[in-house]
Design a protein around this ligand. Structure first.
Ligand SMILES: Cc1cc2nc3c(=O)[nH]c(=O)nc-3n(C[C@H](O)[C@H](O)[C@H](O)COP(=O)(O)OP(=O)(O)OC[C@H]3O[C@@H](n4cnc5c(N)ncnc54)[C@H](O)[C@@H]3O)c2cc1C
Length: 502
């Protein structure tokens, strides 16, 4: 959390109460055309680079005094509030090139944003520029070759729905409003993961705007033949580290339908047996099935998806866990796109503030670890708290993509995280009193599990963690630093846990 006095100062600065002095910026504070529409860098709309001339912002530009500024600057997790100097909603790749060159020429801090779900607020920055790609919504789906190229602005729900209509799927996370780009570039796992692997494993090409020369920007193509080192880096470490991804190309898979299973235990009495059975079976089951556990204050939920299978088959594959105690079990069979849309919770119904702590596990939790989960969950600070797990194994373990990936947790049995939500959306004060309590609970919970976990997930960053570099990327970190030095030698893309150039 930032010192409030500094935040107040920054707020005053960007809302015009105090003067902002930035070198090389026009009197309106931002170098855009007088009518606000912007002009192309160097006057050339066709150019995909902007160097050695004065760059201007283009696209849909939102500044502090604009009526849309409060909503344009708000992220999904309202715990983090930032006051950027300007937000550029890119409408084409050239807007991104111009914005990056402008930021470099005016020495303004850059953040990249897609679906706004950064869990530490790192896609936004006080007094800097947010380059937002969420309006890049194009999609080209080639059903014959099973290759889909999409703009970096799609949400996961939009991507799953579009692909689903053509009988295709790519692995994604479970929350539809999360940005496809943000999820993919850090890994991306969910209910198709054991069948199809990580989202980043299916990434076969990307268009990326990178810093160029002393103060410019340019677009490069990344695929299995061009800039292959960057493709490897984008598959697990691409979030805000090397450049701004403007389009992503995936190898997608045909999928006929799924069986979606929900099992609910109404208390935590069977926690030890449910958890232990799950962790010893779910990561080794038929790779068509992926399951998750959610342990709440007073109930356990199991969610699973079996690809191209029947209700009976799904129940049989989950029988070891579902036969513990007497869970309520329901099964829905249908199209993946419909089922995925059906389990979404509208953001408006979510609490305002969220905190999670990510961890991977390579050895089954002993009894003591499961007791830790039970005891912390019984004392959870809010009703919207849970301990979440997602089974790994299957394709994640066996199907590393051609040219490899920087994602480093292929041997995990499962991913897990304690998490809590609190406060009312749009009302900053509503959760303030609970914030220290929740933060202490998460810190103590994750500390108590430390002996049993191994590594962390960059998409759910652990602020304040020592050795986060190796926790996220293991032995891949050194290579990532070299790739950073090649594509971003001036460290233009930096934030609290960004990769420093070698
Ligand atoms: C409610 C919720 C549920 C989640 N569930 C899952 C899950 O099931 N599985 C899973 O794997 N993860 C899950 N996550 C984590 C999620 O994958 C990350 O939060 C993800 O990074 C969010 O991406 P975004 O585009 O929405 O966020 P943003 O805030 O826009 O960006 C997140 C990060 O990616 C960078 N970034 C965004 N777009 C680009 C781009 N085009 N080029 C370069 N860098 C970019 C940003 O700079 C920032 O560092 C969940 C998160 C939340 C909040």
């Amino acid at each position: 959390m930032q010192d409030p006095s500094r935040r107040d100062l920054l707020k005053a600065a960007v809302t015009g109460v105090a003067a902002v002095a930035l070198p090389g910026i026009a009197a309106d504070g931002i170098g855009i055309a007088a009518d606000g529409s912007g002009v192309e860098a160097g006057g050339s709309g066709a150019s995909s680079s902007a160097e050695s001339h004065s760059a201007k912002l283009t696209g849909r530009i939102v500044r502090p005094n604009d009526p849309g500024y409060p909503s344009a600057s708000l992220g999904w997790d309202e715990l983090f509030v930032h006051y950027p100097l300007v937000i550029v909603f890119a409408r084409e790749t050239q807007d991104v090139v111009n914005a990056l060159a402008w930021a470099r020429q005016n020495d303004v801090a850059v953040r990249v944003r897609s679906g706004r779900h950064s869990l530490e607020g790192w896609s936004n920055v006080d007094n800097g520029i947010v380059i937002d790609v969420s309006e890049l919504k194009s999609a080209q789906i080639d059903t014959a070759s099973r290759i889909a190229t999409v703009g970096a602005g799609l949400t996961q729900l939009e991507a799953v729905t579009m692909l689903g209509k053509k009988g295709l799927a790519a692995p994604t996370g479970t929350e539809g409003s999360v940005g496809l780009a943000g999820a993919t570039l850090g890994g991306g796992f969910g209910l198709l993961t054991r069948y199809l692997g990580m989202a980043c494993d299916k990434l076969i090409a990307a268009e990326v705007v990178v810093a160029s020369g002393a103060d410019g920007a340019k677009t490069i193509k990344v695929d299995t033949k061009n800039n292959t080192d960057l493709l490897w880096a984008l598959r697990g470490a691409g979030n805000g580290n090397f450049g701004i991804v403007t389009s992503l190309t995936y190898k997608v898979a045909p999928i006929k339908g799924v069986a979606y299973v929900k099992g609910t235990w109404k208390d935590l009495n069977d926690l030890h047996r449910v958890f232990d059975t799950w962790q010893r079976t779910a990561p080794f089951a038929d790779s068509r099935i992926t399951s998750q556990l959610e342990i709440h204050k007073s109930q356990i939920l199991l969610v699973a998806v079996l690809v191209d299978g029947t209700e009976a088959e799904a129940k049989e594959l989950l029988a070891p866990t579902l036969s513990v105690g007497q869970p309520d079990v329901s099964v829905q069979v249908g199209d993946w796109g419909d089922i995925y849309a059906g389990f979404q919770v509208p953001t408006a119904n979510d609490p305002a503030n969220w905190k999670f702590f990510s961890q991977f596990t390579t050895e089954p939790f002993p009894k003591e670890a499961i007791s830790v989960i039970g005891s912390f969950m019984q004392h959870a600070p809010t009703d919207d708290s849970n301990f979440f797990t997602n089974a790994f194994g299957g394709a994640v373990k066996t199907d590393e993509p051609y040219r490899g990936a920087s994602f480093a947790h292929r041997d995990a049995l499962f991913y897990s995280e304690p998490g809590a939500g609190w406060g009312t959306r749009g009302n900053k004060e509503s959760g303030a009193a609970l914030t220290p309590k929740v933060q202490a609970w998460i810190a103590e919970f994750s500390q108590a599990l430390r002996p049993y976990v191994d590594g962390a997930y960059v998409n759910v960053p652990n602020i304040g963690m020592q050795d986060w570099e190796t926790a996220y990327w293991g032995p891949n970190f050194d290579r990532l630093r070299k790739i950073k030095a090649k594509y971003d030698p001036h460290n233009v893309f930096q934030y609290e846990q960004s990769i420093p150039p070698a």
